[in-house]
Design a protein around this ligand. Structure first.
Ligand code: GLA
Length: 673
C-alpha cells in the first residue's frame, strides 16, 4: 500500500485551533514545527482577535497575523480565518454600549467577554461589516488563507433590547400585514391580549408557561432568523471579495435553538465542535447523532472545527482517557467528516478558559495527548486515499423540523417542566438509539427537502407542527412506497403552534387510519405490555398514553395493563407499497428494538454490521470506493463477526473475515476485497 505521506498532499484537512496572539512570538516557530510533526496542514486563526486587528476604530493592524501565517506556511500549514465578531473590542462597547444584548429582566449583558452582542443592532452590524471587509480585502490573495469561519458558535440568546423589539415588530408586520391577522393567527383573544397597533407588541418574556405559545414560537423564529441574517451579511462580504474562499461556521451539534438547516444554507459546508467527554460518562449514541445531524444539514462532508483534545472546563472534568482522542478522530471521519481541527493547540495560561485544555498543556511540553494525535495522524493520512471523495450513505431517515423542537419546548406545564416531562430531543433520541445500536446508517431529513424518496424508512418523532406542505410531502412519501413511522402528538398543532380542531393525528389521521380518542399523562406506576406484530414483546409506556380508535389499520400493539388495557397503542396501515405506522405512547427501548427488527427482517433498513455491544460500525462509499469503520468505544477488547465477507485491513494490510478482534478504544478501517 502506498503511503501518501503526512499533511500537504491530502485533501483531508487536519490541524488545530491556534491562538498565536496568546504566546510570545519567539514560540511561534516552535509551534509550527511541532504542528508539522503532527502532520498538520490547517489551523484556524484570529477567531476572537478583533481588538488585535483593529485596536482603535478604523486603525487596522494585520501584521502580527501576516507574520503568524508566514511562520506556519514555512511548514505547509494553511489557515481558516475566523471573523472575530463574537468578541467585540472594548473600544466598540464603550462607543456603543447599545450593542450589548439585554436579557428578559432588562439587564444589559456584561462587557469584557464574548457573545454578548445583539444581532440586529445597527452599530454592531455596521462595525461587523467594516472588520469583515477589512480582513477579507487584506487576506483574499494570501495563499495561506483557504477560507473563513463566520463568528463563533452562534446561539440565540433571546435579546430584549429596543432594537430587537422594533425588529420583531417589523418581522411580524412583514409576515402578517395587520395586527388583526396576528391576533387571530396567535389566538391572542385568550386572556384578552389582542393588539390594537404594532407598537403594543412586545416579545414574550419568561416564564413562557404564562405566555401565548404561538407568539412565543414567533419570537423564537424571529430570533433564529436574526442570527441567520447576521451570518449572511458576513458571508456576502466574503463571497463578494473572495469568491475562491470557502465559508463555514462552527455548529454545536445538538444545540437546537437555531434553525441549523437554514443556517447551513448560506455556507459551503458545515463545521461541528465536538466535545464528547464532559463527565465520566460519554453518551455515544447522542454523540453519533450529533455527527449525523451535522452531516445531514447539507448532505455533504463536514469538518470538525473543534475536537476535544483535553479536559473541558467543568467541575472535576475528566481528561480524555488514553485512546479516546484517537478514537473520536477516527469516529468523525467514519461518520462523514473530511477535516478535523483540535481545540485547542495549547491550553491557555489566562482568560476565562484557563482550564479548557488543548493538545499541549500550559507549559507547551508534548505529552501523551500530543503523541496520541501524532499516532492517529499517521493512521489517517494512510487511509485518507480510501475515504477521500467518499460519503456516508444512508437509506433510513429521521425527519427533523427545528420549529417543532421549539414548539415542543414551549409545551410547558405549570412549574416550567415540559408538558410531557421530556426534553425536545428525547423522542428523536428514542428512535436514534435503536438504529445506532444496530449500526443502521441514518440521515436527518428536512421534510420539505426534495430527497425524501431516497429513504426506505422515515421516522417522524413527534412531529407536532404540520402545515400543508409538510402534510403533502409525508403523504406523497408513503404513496410512493415509503415506510413512515410517527410517534405521539403528530399533527397535534398547526404551523402557528395552535392545537388543531380535528381529531388527532390531525391532518394525517386518514394516512395512519387512526384517531386518538383520548389521551392522558401516564398515571403513576402504570406501564403496559404489548403483543407486538404477533410476537410477545414487552415494552413500557412512558409519560403519555393515547387511546387509539382504529378506523382503517392493523393493530400491531396493545396496552396490556392500566386504564387502557386491551386498547390499541400502535397501528400499521398499508397503502399500496407504502406503510404508515403510528405509535400512541413514548415507548421504552424494547418497542423500537422490535420495530427495527421488523424493518431489518423486511430489508427496509440495513445494518452495516450486526450489533456488538459498544461497537460503532459505519461505511463511506463513492467514486468506486468503499470503506468500513469498526470502532470499539468500550473498555474491553471485543470480537465482531464479519461472517462470510472478506475485507482488507487498511492499516495492517491483513485479510479480515469471520471473527475479528478489536482492541478496547481501538478501531479497524477496512475495504472489501
Ligand atoms: C467552544 C468555542 C471555543 C471555546 C470552546 C471551549 O466550542 O467555540 O471558542 O470556547 O468551546 O470553551
Amino acid at each position: 500500500m502506498k503511503d501518501p505521506g503526512h499533511g500537504g498532499n491530502s485533501s483531508f484537512r487536519f490541524g488545530a485551533d491556534y491562538y498565536p496572539e496568546h504566546w510570545p512570538r519567539e514560540r511561534w516557530a516552535t509551534d509550527a514545527k511541532m504542528m508539522a510533526e503532527l502532520g498538520f496542514n490547517t489551523v484556524r486563526l484570529a477567531e476572537f482577535a478583533w481588538s488585535m486587528m483593529e485596536p482603535a476604530e478604523g486603525k487596522f493592524e494585520f501584521s502580527w497575523l501576516d507574520d503568524a501565517l508566514e511562520t506556519l506556511s514555512k511548514h505547509g500549514i494553511k489557515a481558516v480565518l475566523g471573523t472575530p465578531t463574537a468578541a467585540p473590542p472594548p473600544w466598540l462597547v464603550k462607543a456603543h454600549p447599545d450593542i450589548l444584548q439585554v436579557d428578559a429582566q432588562g439587564r444589559r449583558k456584561p462587557e469584557g467577554t464574548r457573545k454578548n452582542c445583539c444581532a440586529v443592532n445597527p452599530n454592531y452590524i455596521e462595525h461587523t461589516k467594516r472588520i469583515v471587509e477589512a480582513m477579507v480585502l487584506h487576506y483574499k490573495d494570501n495563499p495561506s488563507v483557504i477560507g473563513w469561519q463566520i463568528d463563533n458558535e452562534f446561539d440565540v440568546n433571546l435579546c430584549y433590547c429596543e432594537n430587537s423589539i422594533r425588529a420583531f415588530r417589523s418581522w411580524l408586520k412583514e409576515k402578517y400585514g395587520s395586527v388583526e391577522r396576528l391576533n387571530s393567527a396567535c389566538g391572542l383573544v385568550f386572556w384578552g391580549q389582542e393588539y390594537g397597533s404594532w407598537d403594543e407588541v412586545f416579545p414574550p418574556r419568561p416564564p413562557f408557561d404564562m405566555q401565548n405559545p404561538a407568539l412565543c414560537l414567533e419570537w423564537h423564529r424571529f430570533s433564529s432568523d436574526a442570527w441567520i441574517n447576521y451570518q449572511r451579511l458576513q458571508v456576502e462580504i466574503i463571497r463578494r471579495h473572495a469568491p475562491h474562499h470557502m465559508v463555514t461556521h462552527n455548529f454545536m451539534g445538538l444545540y437546537k435553538e437555531l434553525d441549523y438547516f437554514k443556517l447551513a444554507r448560506d455556507l459551503d459546508f458545515v463545521s461541528f465542535d465536538y466535545y464528547p467527554r464532559w463527565s465520566s460518562k460519554v453518551d455515544y449514541a447522542a454523540s453519533a447523532m450529533a455527527h449525523d445531524l451535522m452531516r445531514s444539514l447539507k448532505m455533504k462532508p463536514y469538518w470538525i472545527m473543534e475536537l476535544q483534545s483535553g479536559a473541558v472546563k467543568t467541575r472535576l472534568a475528566p481528561i480524555p482517557r488514553p485512546g479516546e482522542i484517537r478514537l473520536w478522530t477516527v469516529q468523525s471521519v467514519a461518520r462523514g467528516a473530511d477535516g478535523i481541527l483540535y481545540f485547542r493547540w495549547r491550553s491557555c495560561r489566562f482568560g476565562a478558559e484557563e482550564y479548557w485544555h488543548g493538545i499541549l498543556d500550559h507549559d507547551g511540553t508534548p505529552r501523551r495527548r500530543f503523541f496520541e494525535v501524532k499516532k492517529v495522524s499517521g493512521e489517517l493520512f494512510r487511509i485518507a486515499p480510501f475515504f477521500e471523495n467518499t460519503f456516508f450513505d444512508a437509506n433510513t431517515g429521521i425527519l427533523l423540523v427545528y420549529d417543532n423542537l421549539w414548539a415542543w419546548d414551549l409545551e410547558v406545564g405549570y412549574g416550567g417542566e415540559n408538558y410531557y416531562g421530556m426534553a425536545a430531543w428525547e423522542p428523536v433520541l428514542d428512535v436514534y438509539r435503536a438504529l445506532y445500536k444496530r449500526n443502521i446508517p441514518v440521515d436527518f431529513v428536512n421534510p420539505l427537502s426534495d430527497g425524501l424518496n431516497k429513504y426506505r424508512a422515515l421516522f417522524a418523532p413527534s412531529l407536532m407542527l404540520l402545515n400543508d406542505r409538510l402534510e403533502d410531502s409525508l403523504r406523497s412519501y408513503v404513496s410512493r412506497g415509503g415506510v413512515l413511522i410517527a410517534t405521539p402528538r403528530t399533527g397535534a398543532k398547526d404551523w402557528n403552534n395552535n392545537i388543531v380542531d380535528k381529531p388527532l393525528p390531525g391532518r394525517l389521521s386518514d394516512l395512519f387510519g387512526v384517531t386518538v380518542e383520548e389521551y392522558t399523562g401516564l398515571p403513576e406506576g402504570e406501564g403496559c405490555e404489548a403483543v407486538f406484530l404477533g410476537k410477545k414483546a414487552f415494552f413500557k409506556a412512558r409519560n403519555w398514553m393515547e387511546k387509539l380508535a382504529v378506523e382503517d389499520a392493523e393493530v400491531i400493539a396493545e396496552y396490556g395493563s392500566g386504564m387502557y388495557a386491551g386498547k390499541p397503542v400502535a397501528t400499521m396501515k398499508s397503502l399500496g407499497k407504502g406503510t404508515a405506522i403510528y405509535l400512541g405512547t413514548f415507548a421504552s427501548a424494547e418497542f423500537y428494538d422490535e420495530l427495527v427488527n421488523w424493518l431489518l427482517g423486511r430489508s427496509i433498513v440495513e445494518e452495516v454490521l450486526p450489533n456488538v455491544q459498544g461497537v460503532e460500525a459505519t461505511r463511506r462509499k463513492g467514486n468506486g470506493k468503499e470503506i468500513l469503520f469498526f470502532l470499539n468505544h468500550g473498555d474491553k477488547d471485543v470480537e465482531i463477526n464479519l461472517g462470510g465477507r472478506i475485507f482488507r485491513d487498511l492499516l495492517s494490510g491483513e485479510r479480515l473475515s469471520g471473527l475479528v478482534r478489536i482492541e478496547r478504544l481501538g478501531f479497524k478501517a477496512a475495504t472489501p476485497s
